[in-house]
Design a binder for this molecule. Sequence first.
Ligand SMILES: Nc1ncnc2c1ncn2[C@@H]1O[C@H](COP(=O)(O)OP(=O)(O)OP(=O)(O)O)[C@@H](O)[C@H]1O
Ligand SMILES: [Mg+2]
Length: 264
Amino acid sequence: MKPPAIEDHTSGGPVSVGTPNSKPHYHPRLPWPEPGNPVIVAQGLGRELGTLVKTPVLLGIDLTIRSGEFVSLTGLSGSGKSTLLYLLGALDRPTTGAVFFEEHDITTLDDDERAELRSNAFGFVFQFHFLLPEFTVLENVMIPMLRRGKRSRDRAEDHAIAVLDSIGLTPYLERRPSELSGGQQQRVSIARAVANDPKVVFADEPTGNLDSKNGILVMEAFEKLVREQGITIVMVTHEHTFAERASRQIVMSDGRIVNDINQR
Ligand SMILES: Nc1ncnc2c1ncn2[C@@H]1O[C@H](COP(=O)(O)OP(=O)(O)OP(=O)(O)O)[C@@H](O)[C@H]1O
Ligand SMILES: [Mg+2]
């Protein structure tokens, strides 16, 4: 089956990544919009990990991420990318320093408050999609919205349909995750991550399990979210082609930021 083309309104037409047997191609990189106000600020962020022996894995990270930025986080395995991402996304607590979201210190929040913050303001995409196998694609995207309770069931369903449509998944609404390709599954997890209108999406190697064609589709879905909805994305990746397309590339080494390149 031919993969669905993603409508890319910024380049004037649908982007095709080719048929299953053709070489994937990627539209030329367009300039990125100017970023807005700071959304996530890290100050002197340090993290030690380990039970018997404490190892410092992050060493005083200072970082400001502005709204509408698409930040890629690269660096060798073990350099601290995931650790930093989890701290910025309120999934973990730092040993020293603080993280601010829209000027509020989130490091002082208790577990329930952090869970509420994550559900209200953040979306997450991981290397493994963690979709619920017994539910359909549509239900997987609706569930976080119903849990949050901001939308009625009907409105959650309409919104889920619209979000899935925007990333080319309309033909698959009633399928189970196991009946989709890896790239389609990952795009469902992106739809799920953005369905609650998050301010920031954190992604840890979202294309790590995908072939290049599906990796491009996932990247196009992210690029579209940033350009059309002004969502802020922080994405850990090992793939340089993808890292270089982001609006900003942060490089880590041994628990520190060693390069921070504006790519707008
Ligand atoms: N629970 C833990 N206990 C001790 N050390 C840990 C623990 N979790 C991670 N580390 C160490 O922290 C360092 C940073 O890990 P992290 O997962 O952030 O790296 P990464 O840059 O995401 O690597 P990768 O690209 O392989 O995912 C590594 O040296 C790792 O061994
Ligand atoms: Mg990692």
